[in-house]
Design a protein around this ligand. Structure first.
Ligand SMILES: [Zn+2]
Length: 243
């Protein structure tokens, strides 16, 4: 779903005359700024009032628009930035005379080159596939790094590690110590990925989430609560954005 929001104040603004209103007031809702005016109010009073409160209303309108886009799924073709390792990096999509998609992804920017002949839903799919393939490669390297850093400490070695795009969980540890890590963790800060890897490694010894499990996590990562909180706060927006 793409949410189109009126961006300018003029688009969003309207005046509503109300018999019940006792004084002038501004009401801001997503995409709407309403000046509620008592019938007795004259043009000049309304103008003065608006002049005094306009910047507040504009700020509010902007915040609401930003909040809505943050929470909704944005089609990749419409996106101009990408969350990457804890910050937003610019995303540029170029249509070129070429056969295959090509992704240039660094920690500073992402450029995706697409065959200009691919249109509509097929274009969106190709974009998604190209980006996710590139993201998965980089995520794999980072997961291996965190496993190497933490596995040896208490001998918690996974049998294998797989990266999967999952809608409802960040990771899991199977009965034979196979780790599954969510592909969307490619987009989170490094410390958060480290926490998820440690969490699943600790399940090799402690299968449940009892006190012994959390003690083991804390031995690896004393500050793990901070990363856990990040996932709770930002995780669902990330899932919505890409699922
Ligand atoms: Zn767990």
């Amino acid at each position: 779903m793409t949410v189109a929001m009126p961006q300018t104040f003029a688009d969003a603004f309207r005046i509503r005359h109300s018999a019940r209103a006792k004084r002038l007031r501004l009401v801001v809702k997503p995409g709407l700024v309403e000046l509620v005016a008592p019938l007795a109010a004259n043009e000049r009073q309304a103008q003065d009032f608006l002049a005094r409160h306009r910047s507040w209303a504009e700020k509010k309108l902007h915040e609401m628009a930003a909040h809505q886009t943050g929470a909704a799924h944005i089609s990749l073709s419409a996106a101009t930035s990408l969350p990457w390792r804890g910050k937003e990096i610019p995303l540029t999509i170029l249509d070129e005379p070429r056969r295959n998609a090509r992704v240039e992804l660094s920690d500073e920017a992402c450029v995706i080159r697409l065959p200009a002949t691919t249109l509509g839903a097929a274009r969106e799919q190709l974009l998604d596939r190209a980006l996710m393939t590139a993201a998965q490669k980089r995520l794999g390297v980072r997961i291996d790094y965190w496993i190497q850093r933490h596995a040896a400490r208490y001998g918690l070695y996974p049998r294998a590690t797989r990266i999967k795009r999952m809608k409802s969980r960040w990771g899991s540890c199977g009965p034979r110590n196979d780790l599954n890590i969510n592909l969307l963790l490619a987009f989170v800060p490094d410390g958060v990925l480290e926490y998820v890897v440690v969490h699943e490694l600790c399940h090799i010894r402690e299968r449940n989430h009892g006190p012994a499990f959390w003690q083991l996590v804390a031995l690896h990562l004393p500050e793990y609560m901070q990363q856990r909180r990040w996932l709770k706060t930002h995780g669902s927006a990330l899932l919505q954005r890409f699922c």
